[in-house]
Design a protein around this ligand. Structure first.
Ligand SMILES: [Zn+2]
Length: 356
């Protein structure tokens, strides 16, 4: 199932792209596509209007859903849009009911105005949330038609931090963006409507990812500086310590070998060039693990299927994350930058035992 994102002509395509880029960060069964906006002429050819589209300052729900249908028809053949696919139109033209967004069947429109006022963040977060909210509501057949929405049991008139909060007071919208929650009753209705857990997980993953961009962060209050990373001998074993932490970073010998190697080669080394540095790695490995097995090291440096380089990098970063937590950890991670793997920390923060 696909979700096509487009906009009315007054919206910049870069604004749609930002929303698209945010939503495609999360992987799952919903596939997002971006479509170009239609021009004023193209819209007028598909939608009957009393006035030129350029002069339209307010749209009814019917008018907006007619627009969605126009986009669906216009792109129907070239994109192969099916009945199961969603068409989402972002617009800066306000709607008569002053709603953030609405859906009818698989058509969705979203008002892009004022999101920065409501969230204090880039508008893409609020808009992307509206995309997911309407998709969710469509999947549970939420009845939002005026005159009927009042008796819809899964619309929460008093905000509880659920995706289906009504938010009559528009400032209440920030609550559900911060919780990224779907309440028990709304989850049950989703499942009882015949939707898969996998689909539910994707929707939840999307709103959780949006939440991370929305919540207030200490890092916006100031910067942090790296602490010294030290490789020193404790007893018979060389371990990696970060200044201020009592525990060492919990690496296996092979991970310690690779990490210390990259600490000594801060300019970075491509994984396929590790074999060229084999002697240096071997020397380190046998200091890290006396009586170690050279096969283990060869399995790290010989890059082919089943080799252990990528899983070792993963182990290293996992161990760093579990010790240091978000923020500080960013100085120490072993990451691919351009063509090489490297640790992006300044040399002055590194201290390595002379024996290594
Ligand atoms: Zn709910």
């Amino acid at each position: 199932m696909k979700v096509y994102l487009s906009s009315t002509p007054e919206v910049e395509s870069s604004e749609v792209k930002e929303v698209f880029d945010l939503l495609t960060q999360v992987v799952g069964p919903i596939e997002f596509k971006q479509l170009p906006s239609l021009s004023t002429n193209e819209i007028e050819a598909f939608v009957e209007m009393d006035d030129s589209f350029e002069n339209v300052r307010l749209l009814s729900f019917d008018g907006l859903f007619n627009l969605c249908t126009a986009y669906r028809r216009y792109y129907y053949q070239s994109q192969g849009i099916s009945k199961e696919d969603f068409v989402v139109v972002l617009t800066a033209i306000p709607n008569e009911n002053k709603w953030f967004s609405a859906f009818r069947g698989k058509n969705i429109f979203i008002d892009i105005n004022d999101w920065e006022t409501y969230t204090g963040k880039n508008q893409k977060y609020g808009i992307a949330y509206q995309v997911m909210e309407n998709i969710f509501q469509s999947f549970i057949n939420l009845n939002i038609e005026l005159g009927e929405v009042e008796s819809e049991p899964n619309v929460h008139w008093h905000p509880i931090g659920c995706i289906n909060d009504m938010c009559q007071n528009k400032r209440d919208i920030i609550l559900k963006l911060r919780t990224a929650d779907i309440c028990e009753s709304c989850q049950e209705r989703f499942i009882n409507s015949g939707n898969s857990i996998e689909l539910g997980l994707h929707i939840q993953g999307e709103i959780e990812n949006i939440r991370k961009g929305i919540v207030r962060k200490f890092l916006e209050k100031g910067e942090i500086t790296p602490k010294k990373v030290e490789v020193r001998k404790t007893g018979k074993i060389y371990k990696v310590f970060i200044e201020g932490f009592n525990n060492h970073v919990d690496f296996e010998a092979i991970a310690r070998t690779l990490y210390v190697f990259y600490l000594k080669n801060l300019e970075g080394v491509n994984q396929f060039d590790l074999e060229k540095n084999y002697n240096e790695l071997r020397d380190l490995y046998f200091k890290m693990r006396r009586g170690g097995d050279e096969k283990t090291l060869k399995n790290l440096t010989d890059i082919r299927e089943g080799n252990s380089f990528y899983s070792t990098v993963w182990d290293i970063n996992k161990a760093l994350n579990s010790l240091l937590g978000e923020g500080l950890v960013s100085f120490y991670l072993l990451k691919k930058v351009d063509d090489v793997y490297k640790i992006s920390i300044d040399e002055k923060y590194i201290s390595i035992d002379k024996e290594l």
